[in-house]
Structure formats: structure tokens, C-alpha cells
Design a protein around this ligand. Structure first.
Ligand code: NAD
Length: 484
């Protein structure tokens, strides 16, 4: 494994061995700035994918018999190894997905914390004993022992934007629950994913318990998700892919974390400085390439001018440039992604939106862009840009803000900025989203909070305890006591 670091073509881990694919096909990974080849990963064959799933299935039998304490030991060791590899991992995340170096380092540290907390939380997963007599007197001689059992082999498919964190956020709870994992990282993000698995391997991973599958999702995705030995699919990515997975994975449970169009609803009594600061960091950090980025602002007309001028002012503080320089706004993941964002901006401007700031492009780097006067006929009012553009939609009143917020196909999170807590809670109750943030930006975490999306934003619940629960199932054993 020592040679892994110096190789440009990264191998995959199959049943305890690091291998090159017999396909002899490699997938090149370019940095988002487009001027650096970060490395290559293997395009695995269907035969190799089958071996990965079969190996995981075999390894799971032994692992399921291990105590929670023994499973936790592997996770602690994994977290240690990740921290030892922090610099290498952070540099890889930076180059591969164009994230500022400091944020990339934070991603690694947060991941190690996540894994350790998962080990702790897993050890506290106690079963339950239910007395039948609480339903009716005739059942008083029955006791249900309710235990949590693994589902079997979990297929973990992760997106590019947090290639280490969102992958470990599937793998660690799955392992703690007694499952084996077949892990398919996003193509861009696959090197970070590979190094993360290397850390797990160094930590003493039993052979086959986590197998790494690399290749293009569009080529091997269907084969993976319809494989009969996959027992649960845990997917994070775009809503289109997620929906197609849920349709094809017939009778196999799915957990889907998908796209979002999180609104920030700003009322006239809000602390506008706080709202503007949160909108700027929530909308533009990592160039808006976050599922929970603020992706539209709904503001009452009489407050809009003051809010816009504060947002504009705070945008001056954003650093735009290279991930190596810790910029907040860096080149987008691909030219296709940048073209998409440019198209949304152009459509809005053609239809009469006012450009407050930005709309400047250099390669895949799009400068933070603020649009005022966005109306419902513009694509940017509804589509997820996954880029640094914030559309501001002016509304007459709170009811209109709630209506437009709920008209979206997405329902991940929403922010409400107001000093009136009762009003905030009322609005929050009306919003069709998984989480509401009162006086704060939309964001994932802390990682032990439940995390979910509704409508096209997802199915199932994650968050450390919830993730373990979502990837295990209850098993009920009924003791029928002899009456007497
Ligand atoms: N809700 C959340 O928690 C959350 C978190 C991060 C990202 N996201 C969403 O992810 C998207 C951005 O990530 P992305 O561009 O990597 O998403 P994507 O859907 O393009 O890819 C996600 C993963 O799916 C794989 N994939 C592609 N086609 C597949 C197929 N047919 N079958 C199986 N797998 C396939 C990809 O290789 C990758 O590993 C955004 O929409 C964002 O909102 C959501």
C-alpha cells in the first residue's frame, strides 16, 4: 500500500487486495481549474463489481457476529488513520474538487469526529423489551425482545462535493450497524475516496468488509443498484439520478439525499446585518456547491433595498480565486457545471432580472453573482444552480414567501430571519422542508442532528444515530411465557 501515494493510477480495494482492473481502462481526473491532471482511477468491469458485492456479502456474516464494542474499535482506528493522513487527504480534496485548502482540512477533521461519534453512538444502541400486557390483559404473558439487526450489504454512492465526509457518513454508520459496504465514490472525488479507504484498510479492515468500486456511474450504476445481493442503497447526489435509482431498486430500501433550493426568507423586522452575512456565507461558500447552500432569497419589498445593499457590501469580503489560496469561490467542478450556471444567469437577465453584482467568468471560475427582481418565469427561481449565484425574489408579504418557498419541487431546508420567534415558528410549520433554521443559514450539521429532505430532496433520515437506525432493521422475538 505504500506505493499507492506515488502512483498516478489508483487501484481499487477488492477483498483485501489493491488491484488494477482487467479492463485496462483508466478514468482521468482533471482538477476543476482544468490545468492539472490529478490522477486516474480504474474503470472496473462488471465481473469485478460482482466480485466486490459477493466478497462484501461473505465478509458481512462474520462482522454481524462482532460486538458493538469490537466494531467501534475499527472505527476509532480508522479515525486515527484519517487524521494521520490529514495533509495528504486535504491536498487531494483541494486538487480534485477545487475546495479551499482550509475547508478541505476541516472536512477531514469533521470526518474523523463523525466516525468517533458514530462508534460512541453505536455502543449506546440498546434494544427494547415490550410487555404485551400494555395492549390488553390477555397478552400479559408475552414479551417482545426488540433488537437491531444489520440489513446486509449496503451500497454507498457519494457525490463529488464532500468526497471524504459524505462517504464516511454512510460507511461508518453502516459498519457500526453490522453491515458490509460496497462503496462507489463520485468519479471526481474518487481519489479522495480511495485514500479514505486506504486509511480504513490501514486501521485493520477485515477483508471484503468494505470494497471499493470505481467507474463511471452512468456505466456501472444500473448494474450496481439492481444487483440482487445489494440489501440497501444509500445515495447522495442529484435528484434526477436519485429518482431513477429509487425506481429501479424495486423492493430494496433506499436512503436518498438529493438536491435542494433552500430559501432564506427575510422579514421586515430581521437583523439585516446577520441575515446578509448568513446569506453570503450560506450562498457562496465553496462556490455554492453545497446541497444546503442558500439558493434563493425571498424578501419583503420594503426591506429588499436595504438587504441587497448589505449583501452586496458583504460580497466584497469574499475571496475569489484558487483553492490553494483558500478562496471562498473557486472554479466549479466542470465546464459543464459552469456553462449551466452561466445559462441560468443569462436566462434571468434576458427576462428582466437586474444584475447587482458578478456575472463574470474565467474558465470554470464564476464570480459571485447577485440577481435582483427575479420572477417566477425565470429558471434561476426554481433550478438548483450548484454554483455562486443568488436570486432575490421580492414578495408582498409572508404568505407569498411561504407560497413561493413551497412551490419548489425541493424541500431540503429553509432559513427564516426575524426577531419575532412566534412568527418564525408559525412560518416554519408551514414550510415543506426537512429542517428550518431560525436566524441562521441553511447547513448540514452538527452531524448528530437528524438530516432529511422532503419532496424531490430525499427519502429517509440521516444524522449519526438516525443513520445507524436507517441502515439496520428491527428484529422482534416474542417470548410466550407459560401462564400459571
Ligand atoms: N441532500 C444532501 O445531503 C446532498 C449532499 C451533497 C450533494 N447533494 C446533491 O448532489 C448533487 C451534486 O453532486 P453530484 O454532481 O456528484 O451528483 P450526481 O447525481 O451527478 O452523482 C452522484 C453519484 O451518483 C453516481 N451516479 C451517476 N449516475 C448513476 C447511476 N445511473 N446509477 C448510480 N449511480 C450513479 C455518480 O457517479 C456519483 O457517485 C447536487 O444536486 C446536490 O444538491 C445532496
Amino acid at each position: 500500500m505504500n506505493e499507492l501515494k506515488t502512483m498516478k493510477a489508483y487501484p481499487f480495494l477488492l477483498n483485501g487486495e489493491w488491484k488494477d482492473s482487467t479492463s485496462e481502462k483508466l478514468i482521468g481526473i482533471e482538477s476543476p481549474s482544468g490545468n492539472d491532471n490529478v490522477g486516474e482511477v480504474q474503470a472496473m468491469t462488471e465481473h469485478e463489481v460482482n466480485a466486490a458485492i459477493a466478497g462484501a456479502n461473505d465478509a458481512q456474516q462474520n462482522w454481524a457476529r462482532k460486538s458493538f464494542a469490537a466494531r467501534a474499535q475499527l472505527l476509532y482506528a480508522w479515525a486515527e488513520q484519517l487524521l494521520e493522513m490529514k495533509d495528504e487527504l486535504a491536498a487531494t480534496i483541494m486538487k480534485e474538487v477545487g475546495k479551499g485548502l482550509a475547508s478541505a482540512e476541516k472536512e477531514v477533521i469533521r470526518t474523523a469526529d463523525f466516525i468517533k461519534y458514530t462508534a460512541e453512538e453505536g455502543k449506546r444502541l440498546h434494544g427494547e423489551l415490550i410487555n404485551g400486557g400494555s395492549f390488553n390483559a390477555g397478552s400479559a404473558n408475552k414479551f417482545a425482545l426488540v433488537n437491531r439487526n444489520p440489513v446486509g450489504v449496503v451500497l454507498a454512492i457519494s457525490p463529488f462535493n464532500y468526497p471524504v465526509n459524505l462517504s464516511a457518513a454512510k460507511i461508518a454508520p453502516a459498519l457500526m450497524g453490522g453491515n458490509a459496504v460496497v462503496f462507489k465514490p463520485a468519479t471526481q472525488g474518487a481519489i479522495g475516496g480511495t485514500l479514505m479507504v486506504e486509511a480504513l484498510d490501514k486501521a485493520g479492515l477485515p477483508s471484503g468488509l468494505v470494497n471499493l468500486v470505481t467507474g463511471k456511474g452512468s456505466e456501472i450504476g444500473d448494474h450496481l443498484i439492481t444487483h440482487p445481493q445489494i440489501d440497501l442503497i444509500n445515495f447522495t447526489g442529484g435528484s434526477k439520478t436519485g429518482k431513477s435509482i429509487s425506481q429501479k431498486a424495486s423492493m430494496v430500501p433506499v436512503i436518498l439525499e438529493l438536491g435542494g433550493k433552500d430559501p432564506a426568507i427575510v422579514l421586515e423586522d430581521a437583523d439585516l446585518d446577520k441575515a446578509a452575512a448568513d446569506i453570503v456565507s450560506g450562498g457562496f461558500s465553496y462556490s455554492g456547491q453545497r446541497c444546503t447552500a442558500i439558493k434563493r432569497v425571498l424578501v419583503q419589498d420594503e426591506t429588499a433595498d436595504a438587504l441587497l445593499s448589505k449583501i452586496k457590501e458583504k460580497m466584497e469580503g469574499l475571496k475569489v480565486g484558487a483553492p490553494e489560496d483558500n478562496a471562498d469561490v473557486t472554479p466549479l467542478i466542470s465546464s459543464k457545471a459552469a456553462d449551466y450556471v452561466t445559462g441560468l444567469i443569462e436566462d434571468a437577465l434576458e427576462k428582466g432580472a437586474a444584475l447587482v453584482k458578478g456575472n463574470h467568468r474565467n474558465g470554470n471560475l464564476i464570480y459571485p453573482t447577485l440577481l435582483d427582481g427575479v420572477t417566477k418565469d425565470m429558471d434561476v427561481a426554481w433550478e438548483e444552480p450548484f454554483g455562486p449565484v443568488i436570486p432575490v425574489i421580492r414578495v408582498k408579504n409572508v404568505e407569498e414567501a411561504i407560497h413561493i418557498a413551497n412551490e419548489s419541487e425541493y424541500g431540503l431546508q429553509a432559513s427564516i430571519f426575524t426577531r419575532n420567534m412566534e412568527k418564525a415558528i408559525h412560518i416554519g410549520n408551514e414550510l415543506e422542508v426537512g429542517s428550518v433554521q431560525i436566524n441562521g443559514k441553511t447547513e448540514r450539521g452538527p452531524d448528530h442532528f437528524p438530516f432529511l429532505g422532503v419532496k424531490s430532496s430525499g427519502v429517509g433520515v440521516q444524522g449519526i444515530r438516525k443513520s445507524i437506525e436507517s441502515m439496520t432493521r428491527e428484529k422482534v422475538t416474542v417470548l410466550n411465557m407459560t401462564q400459571g
